[in-house]
Design a protein around this ligand. Structure first.
Ligand code: ADP
Ligand code: MG
Length: 614
């Protein structure tokens, strides 16, 4: 409990801050759940900071921050948290100054988007970002990077297994019109005979740290320690964006840390060459197509908001090979102007298309009429190498993800050692088909809606159902076939941490309050091959996006999230989990710069644990 009282001007002498932080860390006692709920460490910090403020305006700002933190924590005090990479809050003047510079850096280096509310193609605004990189356990980051080639292999093999795709999607296809249409294209080209056996996969595996993993998931370390492992949210096989904005976020943070005089911290920002790697993949596919005159075509939405991300791919392609032209067309334009040549070459405006890179086509809204569907079929029939081919697209559906999580399925595609690695990253995934397993999942969702996310077969954010609405939705559909169009997924509980969210048009005078945020890391993979062999298989980089801890989804392009980048820290020391079973002494392992102040007799106030370089 934190009480704040004080004089009007908030100066030290008159600031009677009754800071009774009842984080009573008795040396040999254990924290109880009740105590835990009172651990407002950051509030403590903010209040301490408040004492030293000189102007009512500054004071109000910090009070707002406190209120914000309390609000975002409401009912969430049992959610674990990680320490931010720097001690917060930052001094107000410094904060204002560095935010202004960081915004300009983002604007002047293309970490931007077009406005959704006030679209003007001639105008860009910086993409929302968090001011500081988010703490991420190094060991888990390394694991995510290392596992990517296995996931690439899995996706590639699944995409080429017609039996598996068709049996996994059978029930869904009966009720989900969009997935059925995609599948029909697949069936059609299969019957015709696949013209282009090679597929290009530019995939992104999205993961979240799970703060409720048991100690045993960390290998040799003590089983009782709380620990963050990570779980896969999904794997994207179409329009896996942020190949530019991912690395750009790391560059913003590099600049911010420099401005804060913390050059020493930069070594903990991992290198990120996603853009180069993805474009190299496109060019490798272009080479396999084997026609020097062929172009690479980006299939784009009618209006592209995330324009910088896409254009930087285009610029990078030109820079890696200036002889390869890139064109951009939407599905309607393709339907009007594309045709097949005598050898099934895709000809568009007198150009031959060697590689098709889809940044659209993943949601029903992109297909305004039969024309756009015809365009998709035409491309699929052509000799062009598709990213993704229709079966790669289908392999990335949520229903297929759920089917892969069934016992004994991964083993069909991967060797035993790879299978066991991949199994670890799956969280509970359940079918809602009309059978006994589906009935059981329906029951679970109704009994415990907060533990699950309900997902339809859609991409691009904003389609899932969360919280109590899971129960309402499942109850409404439980007697209908429609439920086969959905899957149920266990909800991941990522640890929160503090950060400043910087958004265009923010009303806080360039000085946003501290917020509790959670992140989602995406690892990019490139895989090229056909049904017989894999020619290229690599991990090429990452992106991190972050949202308010209270938000269900965090798509940056959808305006809900913010660009972020990982700040790698040593797993064991850096994660401060407010777990009731955690011994207070563990928070203060040697070398940690914990803010410890003395409380009443026998009491210790424990501050936030700072992340140290490894
Ligand atoms: P989409 O294809 O629309 O991106 P996702 O499965 O990635 O669908 O879900 C969208 C967002 O919802 C994710 O980025 C994440 O923020 C949140 N989310 C999805 N699944 C889970 C989960 N199991 N636990 C917690 N959050 C989730
Ligand atoms: Mg997603």
């Amino acid at each position: 409990m934190v009480g704040v009282g004080g004089g009007e001007n908030g100066r030290d002498s008159s600031c009677r801050v009754a800071v009774t932080v009842k984080v009573i860390c008795r040396r040999h006692g254990r924290l109880t759940r009740q105590n835990q709920a009172e651990i407002y460490l950051k509030v403590d910090q903010l209040v301490g900071f408040l004492c030293n403020l000189t102007t009512p305006q500054k004071r109000r700002h910090v009070e707002n921050s406190v209120a914000n933190v309390k609000k975002t924590n409401k009912g969430k005090m049992d959610q674990n948290r990680m320490a931010p990479c720097l001690q917060l809050p930052l001094d107000n003047k410094l904060l204002e100054n560095v935010i202004e510079k960081a915004k300009d850096w983002a604007l002047m280096h293309g970490a931007c988007m077009r406005s959704r509310t006030n679209l003007n193609k001639d105008v860009l605004q910086f993409a929302p970002f968090v001011l500081l990189p988010s703490t991420f356990p190094r060991r888990e980051f390394k694991k995510a990077v290392e596992i990517q080639p296995i996931l690439n292999e899995l996706v590639h093999k699944v995409a080429h297994d017609y039996e598996f795709l068709s049996s996994s999607l059978k029930s869904t296809n009966t009720v989900d019109h969009f997935t059925r249409r995609l599948f029909e294209i697949y069936e059609t080209v299969r019957k015709d005979g696949i013209t282009q056996p090679v597929s290009l996969g530019l995939v992104r595996s999205d993961i979240m740290l799970e703060s409720t993993c048991s100690g045993k998931e960390r290998g040799s370390a003590a089983k009782s320690d709380p620990y963050c492992c990570w779980k896969q949210v999904e794997i994207n096989t179409i329009a896996s964006g942020f190949g530019w904005l991912g690395p750009a976020s790391g560059l913003i943070h590099r600049y911010v840390l420099q401005e804060l005089g913390r050059m020493d911290m930069i070594q903990n920002l991992p290198e990120n060459h996603a853009l180069q790697g993805l474009c190299q993949g496109m060019l490798e596919a272009w080479k396999l197509y084997n026609n020097e005159k062929a172009v690479i075509m980006f299939v784009v939405e009618d209006v592209t908001y995330n324009i910088c991300d896409q254009r930087f791919h285009e610029f990078e392609l030109r820079s890696q090979n200036p002889n390869v032209p890139v064109i951009r067309r939407n599905l309607t334009q393709i339907s009007e102007r594309a045709k097949l040549g005598s050898k099934k070459e895709l000809i568009l405006d007198d150009m031959e298309v060697g590689v098709i890179y889809f940044r659209a086509g993943y949601e029903p809204g992109h297909y305004h009429s039969e024309n756009e569907w015809n365009a998709r079929l035409l491309m699929e029939r052509s000799r062009a190498i598709k990213c993704p081919s229709i079966y790669y697209h289908l392999a990335g559906t949520k229903k297929v993800q759920q089917a892969l999580a069934k016992p004994g399925v991964l083993e069909k595609f991967l060797s035993p050692d790879k299978t066991s690695v991949v199994k670890e990253i799956f969280t509970g995934l359940y079918s809602l088909d009309k059978d006994e397993f589906g009935d059981r999942a329906v029951q679970m969702a109704i009994e415990n809606p907060g533990h699950f996310v309900l997902k339809p077969q859609r991409e691009g954010g904003g389609n899932n159902v969360y919280g109590d609405k899971v129960r309402t939705a499942v109850e409404a559909m439980k007697d209908s076939e429609e439920r086969s169009a959905w899957i149920l997924m266990e909800r991941i509980s990522p640890p929160m941490q503090l950060n400043y969210l910087v958004r265009p048009g923010d009303p806080n005078n360039g000085c946003p309050p501290l917020s509790d945020v959670v992140g989602e890391l995406g690892i990019f993979g490139v895989v090229i091959g056909d049904s017989e062999k894999i020619l290229v298989n690599k991990q090429v980089g990452h992106m991190l996006r972050t949202k308010l801890s209270t938000a269900d989804e965090g798509g940056v392009a959808a305006g809900l999230g913010a660009l972020d980048s990982p700040y790698l820290c040593k797993s064991t020391n850096k994660i401060m989990l407010l777990d009731p079973s955690l011994q207070p002494d563990r928070w203060r392992s040697p070398g940690r710069e914990a803010r410890v102040a003395s409380g009443g007799p026998g009491e210790t106030l424990v501050g936030i644990d700072l992340c140290q370089p490894n």
